[in-house]
Design a protein around this ligand. Sequence first.
Ligand code: 5GP
Length: 202
Amino acid sequence: MKREGILFVISAPSGAGKTTLCKEVIDIFPNLRHSVSYTTRSARPGEVHGRDYFFVSLDEFKGMVAADEFAEWAEVHGNFYGTALKTLEDYRAQGIDVILDIDCQGAHQLKKKYQGAVYLFVLPPSYQELRRRLDCRSLDAPEVIDRRIEAAAGEIRESRWYDYIIVNDVFSKAVEELKSVLIAEQCKTTRVLAGVSELFDI
Ligand code: 5GP
């Protein structure tokens, strides 16, 4: 049954657990891929070029912006991030579903272009818990963590226009909720009908 790939756009303040949630469902759904973004940020220990991000220079990034190669791009926490248009279009055309782990500015840009995309927001259970998770993660310097907490309030306010909100308190429950959204969206009549109408004459 052929259908267009679905774009699942997921945003969250840094530390809400979005990246871990996305990895979890990608291992479960064979027809789901992670859209690997381009960024000017330096790789963190353990991050792999082409798997976690395409790490590029500012000049390379600007060149891609000038050539209109991004479906969306934004400056987040002092670095640039963008989603390659070609990657999205290829996946969609092949009927492969894609998860985009991107910030609210990028999600806004996609909302104007892709009406059929699904928008999910992951919330932490509280600000205190968010701070604790960022401190424990110790991936970033304290001043970077402070910047991310400050930005979180603005990002959280954006959650109101997303299609779904998942509160990541108990991780296993959040995974179940995310899986449920993915499955429900895959079963939507508007997505399935074209693939079955000839078989059943509907
Ligand atoms: P991090 O540096 O922690 O990996 O990501 C920082 C923020 O950038 C996260 O909110 C992440 O979702 C966002 N981000 C990652 N890739 C993209 C992208 O391609 N476009 C946009 N707009 N945001 C992105």
